[in-house]
Ligand binder design. Structure first.
Ligand SMILES: [Zn+2]
Length: 202
């Protein structure tokens, strides 16, 4: 049985879009982050809309299995994709747009991810500046991971209005004993009724 494990965000009252990685793809990205040594590494994933797996005020996207590591120049301070890398990403995007044309006529959405070798799985000023310059697309998503497997996500909308904010990130994991977990909670956890209190909105 599949369970959604929260990675970051996931405040149910926040009106942030949700992005769901498959377990294997998220683990692969973390392995790239660790294996790149003391250099950053980047890649692209592609996402499509999905049906909300739970009651939700916002949109949900799932990451497709396709992953590309374009030709890039890396250092401790950042990553620059080479021109042939950029065109490889474009070709893959075109191929995916074509493959999913019937199911998702608006095309796939780019998810650009990169690693931070330090402990910080958050975007730097330089990252945010880079995100600002991707206005070739109406909408894009960005993810940063660290070597501990932590991550943050942002979305950036360029058209029709320029706005952006955090993404709620999830990983879909196959959990063989999900039903056991549900049963154990029911069996082992006794609910204590708290005294009624005034609603904070009252
Ligand atoms: Zn960065």
């Amino acid at each position: 049985m599949e369970m959604l494990i929260p990675l970051s965000g996931t405040d149910p009252t926040a009106t942030a879009p949700n992005l769901v990685y498959s377990g294997p793809q998220y683990d692969t990205i973390c392995c790239y982050a660790q294996t790149a040594g003391h250099r950053e590494v980047m890649g692209y994933s592609f996402a499509v809309p999905m049906e909300a797996p739970r009651a939700s005020r916002t949109e949900w996207f799932r990451v497709l299995p396709d992953l590309i590591i374009p030709r890039q120049v890396v250092s401790e301070a950042g990553v620059d994709v080479m021109p042939e890398g950029e065109s490889a990403v474009g070709h893959m995007e075109d191929a995916l747009d074509e493959r999913y044309a019937e199911e998702f006529p608006d095309g796939v959405t780019r998810v650009m991810w990169h690693s931070h070798m330090g402990g910080h799985a958050g975007f730097s000023d330089k990252d945010v500046n880079t995100h600002h310059n991707f206005a070739l697309w109406p909408f894009m998503m960005f993810v940063v991971v660290n070597r501990y497997g932590e991550a943050s996500g942002n979305f950036e909308q360029y058209q029709p209005r320029r706005m952006g904010g955090p993404l709620n990130l999830w990983v879909a994991r196959e959990v063989p004993d999900a039903l056991t977990i549900t049963a154990t909670i029911k069996q082992q956890c006794v609910i204590r009724k708290l005294p009624a209190r005034k609603s904070p909105r009252a």
